[in-house]
Ligand binder design. Structure first.
Ligand SMILES: [Zn+2]
Length: 216
């Protein structure tokens, strides 16, 4: 699942995972879990993220290779948050085979509107949105009554910078996947489009990809 930060990759990937009966493999979640578990790798990762620098490619690949070897990945998996660069895509080719890339195409102004209205629960991490997914009570989590806040990287000036970084790194990867002709674009131009509508589009793409594969 490809797409800029705030495109809804995580939401769509978890819906797809349920629909296809395969695991949702999020490299972001894997990294957070590793830090939480305080493994050697987790400690190494924490040093990078504390400094605000990207976690090196080889660490992510090691984590990912370990995850993809688990039995639940035998029937397939949905990757979310990886690869982001051509270099990562090449590393990925070395550990697994990807059948299809779904590229969520969302204009910058929509992303900025969406992310700058995003609220996160301090206690349980649930995500809300002041425009599209309001909590029942202002600034209070529906699930755990925790306080909702705006993440530092969801502030407009930071979002624009994240988008610039994304476009610079990932556009070449998207071009490369296009040439290998397994990339499908899903356009999302409207902030208020419910995730279910986007999900239907993705589902029809994966359904026809599965049929093609079965025929081949
Ligand atoms: Zn909560």
């Amino acid at each position: 699942m490809l797409g800029p930060p705030g495109a809804g990759k995580g939401t769509q990937a978890s819906k797809m995972a349920v629909a296809l009966g395969v695991p949702h493999v999020s490299t972001g979640d894997m990294v957070r879990e590793e830090i939480k578990a305080q493994t050697d790798l987790g400690e190494a990762i924490k040093k990078f993220s504390d400094k605000g620098v990207l976690v090196p490619n080889d660490i992510i690949i090691r984590l990912l290779a370990k995850r993809l070897r688990k039995p639940d990945c035998r029937k397939g998996f949905i990757l979310d948050g990886f690869p982001r660069t051509i270099q990562q895509a090449e590393s990925l080719d070395g550990i697994s085979k990807i059948d299809l890339a779904v590229n969520l195409k969302v204009p910058d102004e929509i992303i900025i509107q969406r992310l700058s209205n995003r609220l996160t629960c301090r206690k349980c991490g649930s995500i809300y949105n002041r425009l599209t997914l309001k909590p029942r009570r202002a600034n209070i989590c529906d699930k755990c009554n925790g306080e909702l806040y705006q993440r530092e990287d969801d502030k407009p000036e930071v979002i624009q910078e994240r988008l610039n970084v994304y476009r610079k790194n990932t556009e070449p990867l998207i071009e490369c996947y296009k040439r290998r002709s397994f990339l499908k674009d899903v356009q999302c131009d409207d902030l208020m489009t419910p995730p279910e509508v986007t999900f239907k589009k993705i589902k029809s793409i994966t359904d026809s990809a599965r049929k093609d594969k079965a025929r081949a």
